[in-house]
Write a protein that binds this ligand. Structure first.
Ligand code: MN3
Length: 270
């Protein structure tokens, strides 16, 4: 699952290209003669294309390729809930494979554009890109959404946060959200994820599942919090007991950071 552009961002991009008002008019509505007004988004605005900061996204702008982002805490910092060996292998082997896979797919597609590759493989490399780049971004979210227990990890959103108010509005309560989120994670068939996501245009929170890295994801939603339930995320410590891993994961959720993602994505509790 990857972040999608909001209507305002699409309009801003189209406006920059001189196209605003030509593609996004409502069906049946008269086409505006002038470009649609665009809310200026200053560079310092917290509302960006992604609630993750550039260094958390694992993007090397100079080399134009994806890289493994720094964790922001020690690999053993999440113990006893997530053990050092699982974290190390998960990041340095599994996540790194998604980084390499995404970069390879981008490279092969660029070669095809330059008539240096097999044009019949555009579908193949597009699928590779969707899987590996979603895998990379999912794990960027995962690392950024966890913190050591007792040092930012665990508990629930703060009582005064917009996120908690939005959860009360959209799920009934934090407890009902947590039960839904944990059950969705438990019931993922095979490898995949459960997500808390925000639809920016309607300010709606949802819990959704994704099989593999991206399948079943609903388009247009911004990820806020994901739990990885591929076996590589828990099998070394928890073996077949995915439920025990999910329960443990709740102790390392960095709710302060999820609140920040929610706010940066434009979510409100009202
Ligand atoms: Mn994983």
């Amino acid at each position: 699952m990857t972040p999608n552009l909001t209507r305002r961002e699409v309009i801003a991009a189209l406006s920059a290209a001189g196209l605003a008002g030509t593609a996004l008019g409502q069906p049946g509505s008269p086409r505006p003669k002038q470009p649609l007004p665009v809310d200026p988004v200053p560079p310092s605005s917290p509302v960006g294309l992604s609630p993750l900061k550039p260094e958390q996204l694992g993007w090397d702008a100079a080399r134009r390729e994806f890289v493994l982002p720094a964790l922001g805490y020690k690999v053993e910092a999440l113990e006893p809930h997530i053990d050092r060996e699982t974290m190390t292998i998960h990041r340095e082997k599994h996540h790194d494979a998604y980084v390499k896979g995404a970069n390879t797919a981008l490279k092969r597609l660029a070669e095809i554009r330059e008539n240096q590759g097999d044009v019949s493989l555009v579908k193949h490399w597009s699928r590779e890109l969707a899987f590996h780049l979603s895998g990379h971004l999912n794990h960027c979210w995962l690392w950024a959404s966890m913190a050591p227990p007792g040092a930012g990890g665990g508990g629930q959103p703060s009582a005064t946060s917009g996120l908690l108010a939005a959860m009360n509005r959209d799920f009934g309560s934090f407890e009902k959200f947590a039960a839904h989120f944990k059950t969705a994670a438990q019931q993922v068939e095979g490898g995949g994820w459960a997500w808390l996501v925000l639809h920016r245009d309607t300010n709606l929170l949802l819990v959704m599942q994704a099989e593999k890295q991206q399948q079943m994801a609903v388009g247009g939603f911004v990820p806020l919090l994901g739990i990885d339930v591929w076996e590589h995320a828990y099998y070394l410590k928890y073996k077949w007991d995915r439920k025990a891993y999910i329960d443990a994961f709740m102790n390392v959720i960095a709710w302060g950071r999820v609140e920040e993602f929610f706010t940066r994505a434009g979510g409100t509790g009202s």
